[in-house]
Design a protein around this ligand. Sequence first.
Ligand code: XCC
Ligand code: SF4
Length: 625
Amino acid sequence: MTEKIKNVEEMSIWEDAHKMIRKAEREGIETAWDRLEQQTPHCTFGESGVCCRICTMGPCRISKKAPLGVCGADADVIVARNFGRFLAGGAAGHSDHGRDCIEAFHAVAHGETEDYHIKDEAKLLRIAAEHGIETNGREVLDVAKDLADEFFESFGTKRKKTSFLHRVPKKQMETWEKLGIVPRGVDREITEMMHRTHMGCDNDATNTMLHALRMCLADGWAGSMIATELSDILFGTPTPRKAQVNLGVLKKDQVNILVHGHNPIVSEKILEAVNEQEFIDLAKEKGATGINLAGLCCTGNELMMRQGIPMAGNHLMTELAIITGAVELIVVDYQCIMPSLVQVGNCFHTKMVTTADKAKFTGADHVKFEMHNGMEQARKVVRMAIERYSMRDHDRVEIPCEPVDIMTGFSNEALLEALGGTLTPLIDSIKAGKIRGVVGIVGCNNPKYKHDYCNVNLTRELIKKDILVIVTGCVTTAAGKAGLLVPEAIEQAGAGLKEVCGSLGIPPVIHMGSCVDNARILQLAALLANDLGVSISDLPLAASSPEWYSEKAATIGTYAVASGIYTHLGHPPNITGSPVVTNLALNGLDDILGACFAIEPDPFKAADLIDERIKLKRKGLGLEE
Ligand code: XCC
Ligand code: SF4
């Protein structure tokens, strides 16, 4: 065995993680940290983005000795193409999730399913009206049919603009028009990126990156925004509610089912099924006291926001959740699901079930969810979980801690309601400097970092500086475990933020949902900019993804910057081999968009960088500190 690079305390900041990593070591179970060690050191050509595999005259690797690929492409072109395709993967992930939501919504509108319904009619009518669809005196389902068509069109190639661009502030839109980056169709922009990056097409790094901005804008303002708004229409717009987080939400004496992935279409049905009396009785027959459903990653966020279902953990906790030995079944749809979960499950009695044809895992059982059979399939999955309870080895069960309370459910609608119906109190607080700015901290975990160290410390530092923090994605669980998602956390905030949040009864760190729900942050930014009659890039806003890992996270960062929001990342994407692309990301974009990326692994220094930026933007608006 090779020497461990890190001790357990250096891998994560959490007690539940430490205990489960130790249990894994005792029981000889491999985790992401072990495999990271086997993969280290990483290939420096790959890391800096200068390895090109786009055609079979290569692969080519750029170095001082060999500065051009066989075709003559230099490091800038190769990095831009690789990064363009990386971002296309992220845009495709969110947006195809959005398309699945449209398909569900379309099936409801056309009466093709009994299993899904319109839950928030008022929101449906509001969004339809936003898109110029007649709502007066019409059947709700007829309006829904038109809205489904509107959204499908947003993915196509015939229009000049996607849906939701009417939400973009005027000045911001003028910037995009000038740069030629107004997104046309979601699929079109992704396909065009694949085309441009084929050998012999776009051989100008800056030009490729401009298209990357357009493609990512299509993801944020259309693909993701459609996913968010339709999920609200189908399953309800989130409202503030209590929930709990960490591995302590698993129950020793109950059948534990975990939902993992992203789209509420599967997890909402599983939730309905676990509450059916027939299954509760069956679980009791098998010796359990009940059925416990908990979430992981973003599907966990979706269920937590709308239903208050507890969150077992974020990305790096997914293997560790199974290592408790208490999980009967883990049911997944797509994205961020480590294939290793099958192997870890095999070390216990844990069954993994896949539900989407586009995300099968060798070794897992496949129960295909379709619009017409969601409930039937959910019942099948819950029955499988209950049947496995008798296979559990109770001597191997270890639930490592007590759960922590959180407050969730802050959709923009809910936030507006908490503010008394208008944004004015928030804007007044910003003007008065009680809230100096707003920062969205989003994204993932990455075993290259001490798990959640940056996520938590950056959040803490910002609220100390009177900066309101909005969290989504896997940062949510980090902030929740740290006790930052409850109203009492105002004690850790600066005096101004403490006063404002205290009077509203809200936490200084607001949970706004899953990763597609970063679209809610875009909408909020647009509302603030419109209210002040400025561009988003004029606002004292920033975004951060301290521990990001995925293509999707890079895409989110890129649409944030393209939308005028300064964005901090803990580490750079694989672009450092190109001076042109790197300079564009860190400086050049600032000149054309009023926003750029910043890279800083240290959360305390990152908080200072963000603080400086907020000062600058406040000054630009003529606001006092
Ligand atoms: Fe995935 Fe969305 Fe990242 Fe978490 S935050 S690891 S992308 S689940 Ni999106
Ligand atoms: Fe090499 Fe050019 Fe082919 Fe890339 S596209 S593999 S640089 S020959």
